[in-house]
Design a protein. Sequence first.
Length: 253
Amino acid sequence: MLSKGRERRGMPKQHMNQAAVAVTAFMLTFSAVVSALTLSGCGPKPLNVTFRFENDTAGWQGYFADLPAQYEEGIYELEFKHAPVPVAGKNDKGLMLKGHNRSDDLFMFIARKFDKEDGLKPNTAYKVKLSFDLATNVAGGLIGIGGSPGESVYVKAGVVNSDPKPVVAADGYYRVQLDKGNQAGGGKGIVTLGHVAKSGSDDDSYQYKSFEAEFEVTTNEKGEAWVIIGTDSGFEGLTQVYYTNIKVVFSPK
């Protein structure tokens, strides 16, 4: 016995074609979105790091330039080390730099390399924001040999894509292989931010001065860039400063 029922009909051909077109368009759009997200995920990412030096130098190095390669260690008093920062009421650690400017133009600085291990990409343009605290014990308005021990010791900083380690130049002096300018003047990639004279205190206690700047740099083929912070001295005497709370932000352009 045959049972009766409703006839099951398929979708009209015209409607099937329209549905196929809609599905194809959706898949193409979905694929484009996925590809865009994938590509953006593989691109350069910002790097944001702060150094407070609780335990060690955290990869920063100390250097001295614009002095004879055959300098007398006893009279230059050069020193770089990880040390407590002697600011009253604080318990901070930092990087100490000390030097006696016997060459009339001592440049002493700290530098750190950032590279692919930190997340930087080769041959990539970045905007770099830098801020740091410098502890100084030099009052303003003092007079010294060659210049003021405060206002004639200029604070400089920069970001470059070649190693700033000083080398012995043809004149027999240690020189950095980059344009840092001279004393108050800045150079390519290196700018003058101020000086080490403190304000509001005439004694020899240390207090913080804060500095900040922005730079642009393109990493080299190895993905390397160096951040540099230092002092360029016109004062022919002893300078001793401490750096801490260094914040560096690399943002892809």
